[in-house]
Design a protein around this ligand. Structure first.
Ligand SMILES: *[C@@H]1O[C@H](CO)[C@@H](O)[C@H](O)[C@H]1NC(C)=O
Ligand SMILES: *[C@@H]1O[C@H](CO)[C@@H](O)[C@H](O)[C@H]1NC(C)=O
Ligand SMILES: *[C@@H]1O[C@H](CO)[C@@H](O)[C@H](O)[C@H]1NC(C)=O
Ligand SMILES: *[C@@H]1O[C@H](CO)[C@@H](O)[C@H](O)[C@H]1NC(C)=O
Ligand SMILES: *[C@@H]1O[C@H](CO)[C@@H](O)[C@H](O)[C@H]1NC(C)=O
Length: 409
């Protein structure tokens, strides 16, 4: 009898504890959900981003890491906090407008709330704050601004050896210690599909993969690395680091094979010796260092197809990104400055259309007609030949995002 009683008491105690735990979890997820920027995917037809139904009065777009969402938030009973997509960019020099256009394209199409990590030279900070705070009514993002920094141990050396902005991205896993995963993009990226889509590739990583990039070239005959590089590089033609998806938890944990010592090195310890060894032989800065690292650790890289990092190279020598023609262009990368000169007017037209459009416009569809007219004028140019693919992609993305009821997607 006595023993029986003891068992009953024990059971009651356990039950009580799990209840306590459940409540504490609920409290935590409520708190996180409240700061989470809503993340309601659907918007009514043509109502543009902020149009109705996005909840009210939440603290998004707060200016700096210290800011917290207000307590007066909404009380939807959300058990799961909304997962945020973390997007990082490094902006120096004249890149303000380009960076903002990239961020805008991310905001237009994305479904989950976004957390921007913007590394910028000090003189750009005020301008970023000004514009991003104006966009905060969207309530679909928040952001942090950081100076260009290096881990303190050998900051001076990095600054001396390399252009400061060029190597910043290598240090993101060490600087953003609290962030699990991150999408890094160059400033000259435009999203033509929700950022959610590339983010979902993280879940496709096998157990050894830590990062994802696209090949530098599809066609070895015109590849750069295989013809000119004086250092090891990944795969047949190397990889392009303009769009780089990282599971930084894994990057921080991994010990990397290398050709400098017989022991494997951590991310934080491999960069400096690598730079010292190869600094006279590298041409494209940190992208070359990444190629060397993944040459030695190929099992760690997930390679995504060219449509996730579509560059002028894919159309100026004839069309050599097959997937883009079949499935669409998901992320546009206007490298070589093509958004700002007349060498690839098709790239420039798309950039300008997105730069010109405003969240205050009534109708996102109004982007399409003038852009199509503009692109038709480029049909005699190399990349203009495929302008219909650009229009098809944008039309589809806009329909998916704004026209269809959510259940169809
Ligand atoms: C952005 O929102 C996330 C999730 O609510 C929060 O953890 C983070 O601190 C916020 N960042 C800023 C800069 O407000
Ligand atoms: C990144 O890797 C860690 C460790 O394997 C894992 O726990 C985490 O879920 C991964 N993140 C994503 C977004 O897949
Ligand atoms: C740098 O390039 C030169 C010339 O191709 C080559 O001889 C040398 O081995 C290279 N250095 C390294 C560290 O690979
Ligand atoms: C993960 O994929 C990479 C690239 O396909 C491959 O090299 C590696 O062996 C795979 N890892 C595992 C554990 O299957
Ligand atoms: C964008 O605006 C500029 C001037 O503000 C104009 O010259 C250009 O034609 C516009 N481009 C598009 C594609 O709307």
């Amino acid at each position: 009898m006595r023993r029986y009683l003891r068992v009953v008491v024990l059971c009651l105690a356990c039950g009580f504890c799990s209840l306590l735990y459940a409540f504490s979890q609920l409290a935590v997820s409520l708190e996180e959900g409240a700061g989470g920027g809503g993340g309601k995917p659907q918007a009514a037809a043509a109502s543009w981003l902020a149009g109705g139904g996005r909840g009210a009065g939440r603290g998004a777009g707060s200016a700096g890491p210290a800011a917290h969402p207000g307590p007066s938030d909404r009380y939807s009973l959300k058990m799961q906090p909304v997962e945020r997509v973390h997007l990082a960019v490094v902006a120096c020099g004249e890149r303000l407008e380009e960076t903002l256009t990239m961020l805008k394209s991310a905001l237009i199409f994305s479904i989950k709330p976004l957390q921007f990590h913007i590394f910028a030279e000090d003189q750009l900070h005020d301008s970023f704050k000004g514009i991003l705070n104006r966009w905060s009514f969207l309530q679909t993002f928040n952001y942090s601004l950081y100076p260009i920094t290096f881990p303190s141990e050998n900051a001076a050396e990095w600054k001396k050896l390399f252009k400061p902005c060029a190597s910043q991205r290598l240090f993101l896993p060490l600087i953003l210690k609290e962030v699990d995963s991150l999408l890094y993009v160059d400033t000259d990226i435009l999203f033509l599909r929700p950022v959610d889509d590339i983010w979902s590739l993280l879940k496709k990583f096998n157990s050894t993969q830590i990062a994802a990039m696209a090949p530098e070239h599809e066609e070895p005959r015109i590849g750069w690395y295989n013809r000119f590089a004086r250092h090891p590089y990944y795969g047949k033609t190397g990889v392009n680091s303009g769009v780089m998806l990282m599971n930084m938890t894994r990057m921080r944990r991994k010990y990397f094979k290398n050709d400098m010592t017989s022991v494997r090195l951590r991310w934080g310890d491999i960069l400096m010796p690598l730079l010292k060894k190869y600094k006279l032989n590298i041409t494209w800065g940190d992208q070359d260092l990444l190629n060397i690292i993944f040459f030695h650790n190929p099992e760690s890289l997930f390679v995504f197809p060219c449509q996730w990092n579509y560059r002028p190279d894919h159309c100026i020598y004839g069309s050599n990104c097959q997937e883009a023609e079949e499935e669409g262009i998901f992320i546009l990368h206007g490298n070589r400055g093509v958004y700002h000169d007349d060498k690839q007017p098709a790239f420039r037209a798309i950039y300008e259309a997105l730069r010109n459009c405003s969240f205050e416009d009534d109708n996102i569809h109004s982007l399409l007609k003038p852009l199509e007219l503009e692109l038709q004028k480029t049909v005699h140019t190399y990349c203009g030949k495929i302008y219909k693919i650009f229009i098809k992609q944008l039309t589809k993305s806009i329909q998916d995002r704004f026209d269809r009821p959510p259940k169809e997607r």
